[in-house]
Design a protein around this ligand. Structure first.
Ligand SMILES: Nc1ncc(C[C@H](C[SeH])C(=O)O)cc1Cl
Ligand SMILES: [Zn+2]
Ligand SMILES: [Zn+2]
Ligand SMILES: [Zn+2]
Length: 305
């Protein structure tokens, strides 16, 4: 059975998504934004008070990198918290009344399933590359943002293979298509990774500062402080190129250049002791502290609509 304090298999996440969507019909709905390379559905949850008018939205994806299991765990936690505190938590109630929050619990569904069944350390998609037995591309090098210019490889056997072209990976294309279709209402993009305890924002594909660098930094520092207030967990905030490494083709850079003003990449716990193998005992504290950061950003976005 599904547990919020365990790393759930793809099948358990999928059945959880369906049970969530059939529970609170006026607060949550689901839609499939496409299928993966191997034919698994990419199911998006839409949180927010049902409304006849279009509402501004926040888009959050988890599990773009298959081995970063704490990421999908957080998206599941977020949905639970949102539904269970709507009506009692004033900020969450206000947020879901005024905005919609799209949550993609697992973006890289094929890779996530593969880490459960075969190779725990898999990162990429599971697409077949022509001319080689090496499989997959890095979906976070596959977006059309300085595609394959820096910090990515054009070797299909590399873990940072940028793909045969931008959006060659159907999983990246499905997300990009959805965000393009809804770009007039999507005010913020959050993508959740692990590990390193970082709150990153554009750009990764260049050391140039983003046009709204100071605002992005201000919000990131506020969110990191909110996160640290719970258990003292320390995050570093900054533009990705200088804070982690220069790299092109990332979803956050792409969303920002599309016009999504608030675009962030979370790198959750830890700083390397367990790395991707974060023990299940740390799921709850990690998710609780990350809720504070995400709610901080959401509140800022809502105030600045
Ligand atoms: N735009 C970006 N933002 C953050 C990162 C770091 C993540 C950390 Se797992 C990655 O390497 O894909 C990488 C890029 Cl390309
Ligand atoms: Zn189903
Ligand atoms: Zn990652
Ligand atoms: Zn990472």
């Amino acid at each position: 059975t599904h547990s919020y304090t365990k790393y759930n298999s793809f099948d358990k996440v999928q059945s959880w998504i369906h049970s969530m969507a059939s529970s609170n019909a006026d607060l949550i709905s689901k839609q499939t934004i496409g299928n993966s390379y191997e034919g698994r559905p990419m199911t998006l949850l839409k949180l927010g008070k049902k409304s006849s008018s279009v509402k501004p939205a926040i888009f959050m994806d988890c599990g773009i990198h298959a081995r970063e299991w704490i990421s999908p765990a957080f998206c599941q936690w977020f949905v639970k918290e949102a539904l269970s505190t709507y009506g009692s938590d004033s900020q969450m109630t206000s947020l879901l009344n005024e905005m919609d929050v799209y949550v993609l619990p697992v973006l890289n569904v094929d890779g996530y399933d593969y880490t459960h069944k075969s190779n725990r350390m898999w990162r990429k998609t599971r697409s077949r590359n022509s001319g080689t037995s090496c499989i997959g591309a890095d979906p976070n090098r596959n977006f059309d943002a300085g595609w394959c210019t820096v910090g990515a490889s054009n070797n299909p056997c590399s873990d940072t293979y940028c793909g045969s072209r931008a959006e060659s990976e159907i999983e990246a294309k499905n997300v990009a298509d959805f965000i393009r279709r809804n770009k007039s209402v999507i005010k913020a993009y959050l993508t959740v990774h692990s590990y390193s305890q970082l709150l990153l924002f554009p750009y990764a594909y260049t050391f140039e500062l983003a046009a709204t660098h100071s605002e992005l930094m201000k919000v990131a520092e506020g969110a990191s402080a909110a996160l640290r207030s719970l258990y003292g967990t320390r995050y570093t905030s900054g533009p990705a190129a200088a804070t982690i490494y220069p790299a092109a083709g990332g979803s956050d850079d792409w969303a920002y250049d599309l016009g999504v003003k608030y675009s962030y990449t979370f790198e959750l716990r830890d700083t390397g002791r367990y790395g991707f193998l974060l023990p299940e005992s740390q799921i709850k504290p990690t998710c609780e502290e990350t809720m504070l950061a995400v709610k901080y950003i959401a509140a800022y976005v809502q105030k600045n609509l």
